[in-house]
Design a binder for this molecule. Structure first.
Ligand SMILES: Cc1cc2nc3c(=O)[nH]c(=O)nc-3n(C[C@H](O)[C@H](O)[C@H](O)COP(=O)(O)O)c2cc1C
Length: 356
């Protein structure tokens, strides 16, 4: 176990450490966005622009518990799928998975993980105190490969599939290319049994139905911004949607997730959970997401900052900081329960975020 360095008290402090620890090409991969990085930065700015309107004297002792897909969770925070975490720390997704479990946070293992899904399942599935354990799927060109992958995921003890639909092509990763980043050969260990396999690029709603039919696990669609796509997702059998623009890594100038969230929440109309990610860096951001109707949130880049700073301990610390800040924000706005968030808080100066 690595110790936490002194003076690291925010996610931004982790980021500064991580930047020192990682080679420039890895930094460009982990923390760069698409093209001019407008969306990458816009995600965070959109949360920042939302103002809180706290209530006082409510005697609030915050209860962070929530429920998702019929399961009670200690709090509404999950760790997003982030590919190739082994490039940030030798323990890779195993460190992240243990850290998530220690903090009862959800953990989404990417298709392109550095640690085999069976290893993660063996380490975590039986832990009764952990948060949700989900698998992020990139369907492969050969449907037989996708089916085999889904069977392995279910056998390993994962509880849901996160089907990512916002990256049919990679996007203009200018910063990565400038830095000369390349994924090392064979890095996607889960796909080693299928030599030559490629992610399917021309996905359609039929493919969503195909994945839903191919597994008994609930499927959540990740990368939804348009309300109509949220409706189509449910009509195609998805059991939840994740409002995401891939952390600003695919389509630059795509709308910020805080801006898109209310429209999706309206469209879903309480029929299924709505999750959101992108630019969540403070406990107040979690509260704002819930206030706008999200059921839970995910963080991506901050995992890497924690990993690079101090391995599993670093990731656990990142999660703890966010949760402590979130509890503080609940108390300071008079929210007793997660469900109170919408009632009290927010007003941006000119109505909804993005309308200013
Ligand atoms: C280095 C990196 C790799 C990622 N790889 C994947 C991936 O393989 N699959 C996926 O669905 N999302 C991937 N994402 C997107 C995250 O799941 C998440 O949507 C995004 O990071 C959230 O924004 P944030 O980083 O601002 O918290 C990746 C993000 C990063 C930073």
């Amino acid at each position: 176990m690595q110790p936490m360095p002194d003076g690291v008290v925010t996610l931004q402090d982790h980021r500064v450490r991580a930047r020192q620890a990682l080679a420039p090409d890895l930094w460009a991969y982990f923390c760069g966005g698409a093209a001019d990085e407008i969306t990458l930065h816009g995600n965070k700015t959109a949360w920042d622009r939302i103002e809180l309107l706290p209530r006082v004297l409510r005697g609030a002792a915050p209860d962070l518990r929530t429920s998702l897909l019929g399961r009670t969770m200690a709090h509404p925070l999950l760790l997003a799928p982030v590919a190739f975490q082994g490039l940030a720390h030798a323990d890779g997704e195993l460190a992240t998975g243990y850290a998530a479990a220690a903090q009862a946070a959800g953990f989404v293992l990417p298709t392109q993980s550095s640690v085999a899904l069976e290893t993660i399942g063996a380490a975590l599935a039986a832990d009764g105190d952990r948060g949700p354990l989900w698998f992020q799927l990139y369907p492969q060109d050969d449907p037989g490969v996708t089916h085999d992958l889904l069977a392995r995921v279910a056998a390993a003890g994962f509880e849901a599939i996160v089907l990512t639909v916002d990256a049919p092509v990679q996007g203009a990763r200018d910063r990565q290319r400038r830095a000369g980043f390349r994924v090392p050969d064979g890095a996607a260990v889960n796909l080693r049994p299928y030599p030559g396999t490629r992610a399917k690029s021309q996905l359609g709603w039929r493919d969503v139905e195909g994945v839903v039919a191919a597994t008994h696990l609930p499927v959540l669609l990740k990368g939804v911004l348009h309300p109509d796509d949220a409706r189509l997702a449910l009509a195609s059998g998805a059991r939840g949607v994740i409002v995401s623009n891939h952390g600003g890594r695919t389509l630059d100038t795509a709308t910020a997730t805080a801006t898109a969230l209310p429209g999706v929440v309206d469209a879903v109309h309480g029929q299924a959970p709505v999750l959101v990610d992108g630019g969540i860096r403070r406990g107040t951001d979690i509260l704002k997401a819930l206030a706008l109707g999200a059921d839970a949130v995910l963080v991506g880049q901050p995992i890497i900052w924690g990993l690079a700073t101090a391995g599993a301990v670093g990731v656990a610390h990142v999660v703890r900081l966010l949760l402590d800040e979130f509890a503080m924000a609940m108390a300071l706005t008079g929210c007793r329960r997660v469900a109170d968030a919408g009632e009290v808080l927010l007003q941006s100066q000119a109505g909804r975020p993005g309308s200013a």
